[in-house]
Design a protein around this ligand. Sequence first.
Ligand code: THU
Length: 138
Amino acid sequence: MLDKKAAMELFAVAEEARERSYSPYSGISVGAALLAKSGKVYIGTNIENASYTPTVCAERTAFFSAIADGEREFVAIAISGGKHGKVGDDGFYPCGVCRQVMAEFCTPEFEIITKTKEQCESHTLSEMLPAAFTPDKL
Ligand code: THU
């Protein structure tokens, strides 16, 4: 588990990435910062589309960018999201599709960091996606 300072730092990167969100339809901007085992941090933001279904979440943008860069092992992801211009006081949690993508590449201990008010909150992937369908089931 990342210590408090490292979690806050990763969350700050997610907040920066959130500023790049392209989300004119939902009005929800999301930023993600994914820490790979290599130590590199990959950012992602949500990118919407007039045709709606091509929309991709911030978390998957970060994962796909990291995978394309050759990464395969991951430590943690921080996520910041909410209505445009608003700080999400209630925390912003990954959607089910993004949790499934995490389960493809991450161990059950992979850490998901969000922030409620001033505090960083941390969950493991296994808490967020219990009884996951993973590659070893095939
Ligand atoms: N969104 C994310 O980026 N991550 C999530 O985990 C949930 C949803 C985005 C997708 C879409 O642009 C907007 O939030 C509303 O669903």
